[in-house]
Design a protein around this ligand. Structure first.
Ligand SMILES: [Fe+2]
Ligand SMILES: [Fe+2]
Length: 383
């Protein structure tokens, strides 16, 4: 038996971790499509022990205390701080965005030959752009609700008072984020989408894990790390002033949230042994694959009446799409490195991140460093 076989026996295989042997198995990825639960809600048992602490000494974790003080001053009001009188013509926005970002968004006409998209006229492409926006903002809204539930859970489970205080401010931040995306969808866009199935699987796994640090790792490091990069992209690419403003506000909170995750876990992970770290690495890898799977946007293709299997290979040919997708991991990889997760357990996670093509970001700034720079220059202030 080889070392690898031994490892596979002792730890999770791809099949155990993500439900399929081959991470690029398109059939398997596309077999999950998001839908609304018929009851109108989705219930996940969270199995967590709520922990009281009798150590009330504020500032025992000075960096967390600093974040808490900062968070108290950085509150904003979704109803009054944004200019909701701005009119949004979705069709115009799709066309203006396409023009402003032509290099990133153009399809290769030759690649469309023989597919359902070959017969699409401009109107159909604009409709696709509109559905795409509805889908993306819906995913942001659902992800924010995941963050709201996870940070409420962290308040209960994290052992330190400074972290409980800080997490309580994040609960408020996430409530505001759900509110703001929901309002934007209802008042400015043209329809909701259910949560993407892959994002849903990941959030269920994060919420149902009983260990407090797994909530942090899944939500603060992986989901919020990707969201921070995605919001940054959208902020840069959109020509719509209200959305730009909204994202600027949300991002000013999110960088603090990811920094909270890095600061809280860094010290804790130094005390864990190789087997425990390996479990964390596997969890991080599962999360990375789930988030990558959702890029295929099956729910949008289904609504456009197109078989996603037919267009998935096309997506690979859109200029800059690969670059764009991997850039979404530009926060996650340096943050995992900072936590010691890349190279623990013989570099298991380094190998996995190399396989999915995102290892190049390992030396980019981690969010803890980035947050300090923002603080020092004062550029994180939204006003
Ligand atoms: Fe958020
Ligand atoms: Fe957040």
């Amino acid at each position: 038996m080889t070392t690898l076989d031994n490892e596979q026996e002792q730890f999770g295989s791809n099949l155990d971790l993500i439900g399929r042997e081959n991470i690029d198995d398109l059939e398997a990825v596309l077999s999950f499509v998001g839908h609304y639960d018929v009851e109108g809600f989705h219930r996940v048992p969270d199995n967590c022990p709520a922990e009281f602490t009798w150590d009330y000494q504020k500032g025992a974790k000075p960096q967390l205390d600093k974040l808490y003080e900062k968070a108290k001053k950085a509150q904003w009001n979704a109803q009054t701080d944004l200019d909701w009188s701005i009119e949004v013509d979705q069709e115009q926005v799709v066309m203006a965005n396409a023009e402003a970002n032509a290099a990133q968004m153009q399809w290769d006409d030759a690649a469309l030959v023989g597919t359902a998209l070959e017969k699409w006229d401009e109107k159909k492409f604009v409709e696709f752009g509109i559905q795409n926006q509805n889908w993306l903002l819906s995913q942001f809204m659902h992800g924010e609700q995941g963050a709201l539930l996870c940070t409420a859970k962290i308040v209960e489970t994290v052992p330190w008072i400074d972290a409980k205080y800080y997490a309580a401010t994040q609960v408020m931040d996430e409530a505001r984020h759900v509110e703001v995306f929901s309002k934007y969808l209802d008042e400015k866009l043209s329809g909701h989408y259910p949560m993407n199935a892959h994002l849903g699987l990941l959030l269920d796994d994060i919420v149902s894990d009983s260990r407090w640090d797994m909530t942090y790792l899944g939500m603060q490091i992986m989901v919020e790390g990707l969201a921070l990069a995605a919001f940054g992209f959208m902020h840069q690419m959109t020509t719509e002033p209200l959305l730009k403003q909204l994202l600027r506000y949300v991002m000013s909170d999110e960088s603090r949230h990811v920094a909270f995750g890095v600061l809280s876990l860094q010290e804790y992970y130094q005390q864990l042994g190789a087997a425990e770290l390996r479990e964390r690495q596997e969890f991080a890898f599962e999360a990375a694959v789930r988030m990558r799977d959702r890029f295929l946007q099956q729910e949008v293709w289904a609504r456009m009446g197109v078989d996603p299997k037919e267009v998935a290979p096309l997506l690979e040919q859109v200029p800059d799409r690969q670059v764009f997708q991997s850039l979404l991991f530009s926060k996650i990889v340096p943050n995992c490195k900072k936590l010691g997760l890349l190279d623990a357990a013989d570099g298991w996670l380094r190998e996995r991140f190399t396989e999915i093509g995102v290892i190049a970001f390992e030396d980019w700034a981690d969010t803890g460093e980035e947050y300090d720079t923002l603080q020092a220059t004062g550029t994180d202030a939204v006003a």
